[in-house]
Design a protein around this ligand. Structure first.
Ligand code: GTP
Ligand code: MG
Length: 186
């Protein structure tokens, strides 16, 4: 899939104007949003990733093929982020979700190893309110055993109260087909 970086921004005046369908990647810091984007696009370093939470600090837009724009949001829930960053986050995301009519699909990304937090539930409510479709993606499934995976996926699904969860591994590519199918169908 052809993909290229478009824009990095913190305010709506700078969002790209295009006729693409926007697919938004949201979730806690460090769950693997940027890695998920790279994995879907089979690009190693298009979206910047880091083992240190708080890597993505702006809203980053990537044009994908001729139909989509992937939007990589900065993660939330990172207590050690600089105060300035934490204070910016709320208004920046809120503004984005309110004005971005182009968003056709919102992905809520969680780490399969951890029970979704109250902030994840808030984000789910937000995304449901503003976006057409919400899908939950549970990443890092390569990091736990098959048994635990089944149990944890159930916990994620129940805690977020969603009809399904897409299991994903950015390192192995599990879930890639299923997620592309979902993206193509929006
Ligand atoms: P912020 O930008 O801080 O919000 O983080 P992010 O959600 O974009 O996370 P990022 O993609 O930077 O990944 C965080 C860390 O998790 C990196 O060290 C990745 O290599 C690792 N990681 C992400 N996805 C996977 C996965 O599916 N499996 C494994 N084993 N590691 C992963
Ligand atoms: Mg990131």
């Amino acid at each position: 899939m052809e993909a290229s970086f478009s824009t990095a921004t913190t305010s709506k005046g700078q969002y790209p104007r295009n006729n693409r369908k926007w697919i938004v990647f949201s979730g806690r810091s460090n769950v693997g949003k940027s890695s998920l984007i790279n994995s879907l696009l089979a690009k190693k370093n298009l979206a910047r990733t880091s083992s240190t939470p708080g890597r993505t600090q702006t809203i980053n837009f990537y044009d994908v093929g001729d139909r989509w724009t992937f939007v990589d949001l900065p993660g939330y829930g990172f207590a050690r982020a600089p105060l300035r960053i934490r204070e910016q986050w709320g208004p920046m995301i809120e503004e984005f979700l309110q004005v971005a009519d182009a968003v056709k699909l919102a992905l809520l990304v969680v780490d399969v190893r951890h029970q979704p937090t109250a902030q994840d539930q808030l984000m789910r409510d937000y995304l449901r309110e503003h976006q057409r479709t919400l899908e939950v993606v549970a990443t890092k499934i390569d990091k736990i055993s098959r048994n635990r995976r089944v149990r944890h996926l159930k916990t994620v699904q129940e805690t977020l109260n969603v009809p399904r969860v897409v299991p994903y591994s950015a390192t192995r590519g599990d879930g890639k087909r299923e997620l592309w199918k979902i993206i193509r169908e929006v």
